[in-house]
Design a protein around this ligand. Structure first.
Ligand SMILES: *[C@@H]1O[C@H](CO)[C@@H](O)[C@H](O)[C@H]1NC(C)=O
Ligand SMILES: *[C@@H]1O[C@H](CO)[C@@H](O)[C@H](O)[C@H]1NC(C)=O
Length: 496
């Protein structure tokens, strides 16, 4: 294998020269001698390189990766946000009918759900009442909308789009409401049709806000309204913004940093059934948790198969191998955006041995500054969100609402680098390392770099549904609008 690649390279470099010279005896001879020397020298240098680099596809022979490759993309490729309404967009009317919403899920599920509900209210010509947040989810957070978001700013920013009321008018508080679970991934026609519910009631109550709106085939102005809501109107409350900025400044004072969303938390491992590298006792604990959590439908899971399929979050150690292989030096600052890491330092130390400059919020500011945020999962998550969006490089170890939302926001702000691990491909390599078939070093490095060349958040249009999927499954397999709002909210041309 190594020989083939090397030959191909030598061939490419030497053959064209032969054809440029017509037979002219002595001159030709000296040229041939020179070429011979050159070829031998080249051959020797290639041999030296191929002794450490057996990858036939690699073009870069040096383990050293340029700064530009590691951190670059600051130019944003000439794309820019485009969220202004089109000329057809009209001012909202003062509708005397209301939508009340209970937003479900964790922070990012709620944020995208609220953004969708703003568009739904617009489609249905209704006034939106400030949403209630989920207090019963896994995260058990008592925060209200106002605790997490700048409520006055939200209302003000959306003035040209919909009317947002702090609460229902007194006379409607006890009026009967139409309770409606909207069908997931619905289009605008569905919501226009749903306005019939207002014939009998002045208030529609929506008990769930996540994924109620389709990703695609919606009017451009609705798509842009989603972006204006998520990226502008839903600003975090000022205590969160202030501390978030302070944390970012602390990190930036050290140099460039990677924000690592390390989804190596108990609930995630239990839910996915991933027990690779854990003790039997830990595996058992996760299994019990899965079996006793009613709303998790998958119970019997084969951990090995999950891992081979690429369905497991990378372990802290795997993240260490991965980032090192991409060429990040040991001195790199890594911010750990995560809840409580399963097994605590027992597993985290594996990552720290690769990257000792691994920091958490607690290491950046005084404990008392953090205290009141850390008691609320959504507020702690908001801090991680800010730090992740502002990082030089964002790396999610697993997919999820946070990873998708941060990636999309970074695309929106100028295609800041987001490296999405190819978990399936990486696991194959990790297993080869374990079997002693390859070692960490230049060879692994070029394989890993090659594997991730097109997984760094460069501009592209949002993916459609998976081929072969039908009906509702088709909508389910589309790339999320908020993961990549291109083309609607990210444009190349200037006239928006
Ligand atoms: C909403 O209001 C606009 C402007 O009055 C109107 O053109 C549109 O048909 C209304 N849509 C619905 C679903 O009622
Ligand atoms: C899990 O899957 C692997 C790979 O398919 C298989 O070798 C193993 O026997 C399975 N384990 C159990 C407990 O079924």
């Amino acid at each position: 294998m190594a020989g083939n690649g090397k030959d191909r390279r030598l061939h490419a470099r030497t053959t064209p020269a032969y054809f440029r010279f017509r037979p002219s005896s002595l001159f030709l001879l000296s040229i041939l001698v020179l070429l011979g020397i050159f070829t031998v020298a080249l051959f020797l240098s290639q041999r030296q390189i191929s002794a450490v680099d057996r990858d036939p596809f690699s073009r870069s022979h040096l383990f050293q990766v340029s700064e530009e490759k590691l951190w670059g993309s600051s130019l944003g490729y000439g794309y820019h946000p485009c969220v202004k309404p089109t000329s057809k967009y009209s001012a909202p009317e003062d509708w005397d009918r209301y939508i009340t919403v209970k937003s479900n899920g964790g922070l990012n599920q709620m944020r995208t759900g609220i953004s969708d509900m703003v568009s739904v209210a617009r489609l249905m010509n209704a006034t939106l009442v400030i949403p209630q947040l989920d207090k019963r989810s896994f995260w058990q957070d008592t925060s209200t909308f106002e605790d997490i978001f700048d409520e006055a700013y939200f209302i003000e920013t959306l003035k040209g789009d919909i009317r947002v009321a702090k609460e229902l008018p007194k006379e409607l508080e006890s009026a009967p409401r139409a309770r409606k679970h909207f069908t997931s991934w619905s289009g605008s026609a569905y919501y226009e049709e749903m306005t019939r519910l207002f014939k009998d009631n002045k208030v529609i109550h929506v008990p769930k806000s996540d994924s109620r709106l389709a990703n695609n085939d919606l009017p451009l102005d609705i798509q842009r309204l989603r972006c204006r809501t998520l990226y502008q109107a839903l600003r975090f409350a000022s205590p969160i913004e202030t501390l978030g900025k302070k944390l970012v400044a602390q990190l930036q004072s050290k140099g460039r940093y990677i924000a690592l969303h390390l989804r190596y938390e108990k609930d995630m491992l239990s839910f996915t059934g991933c027990t690779y590298g854990l003790t039997n006792q830990e595996a058992e604990e996760l299994k019990v948790m899965r079996e006793t959590t009613n709303h998790w439908k998958m119970k019997g899971i084969n951990s090995t198969e999950q891992r081979i399929g690429g369905f497991c979050p990378l372990t802290p150690k795997e993240v260490g191998i991965f980032l090192k292989a991409l060429g990040y030096p040991k001195s790199t600052w890594i911010y750990l955006a995560a809840g409580e890491i399963y097994g605590g330092d027992a597993y985290l130390s594996d990552l720290r041995s690769y990257f000792p400059n691994l920091v958490t919020k607690e290491m950046l500011v005084q404990k008392k500054e953090l205290q009141k945020f850390m008691k609320h999962a959504s507020q702690a998550a908001a801090l991680d969100y800010i730090i992740s969006v502002e990082s030089d490089v964002f790396v999610p170890s697993y997919t999820g609402n946070m990873a998708r939302a941060v990636e999309g926001h970074r695309r929106f702000l100028g295609h800041r680098k987001t490296i999405t691990p190819d978990r399936k491909g990486l696991v194959e390599l990790f297993d080869l390392i374990e079997k002693g078939e390859i070692e960490e070093g230049p060879q692994l490095s070029s394989l890993v770099s090659q594997m991730h060349r097109y997984r760094q958040g460069a501009p592209r249009k949002r993916y459609g549904s998976l081929p072969g999927s039908k009906g509702r499954a088709r909508l389910r397999t589309e790339e999320s609008f908020y993961e990549n709002p291109l083309p609607e909210c990210i444009c190349l041309t200037k006239n928006h």
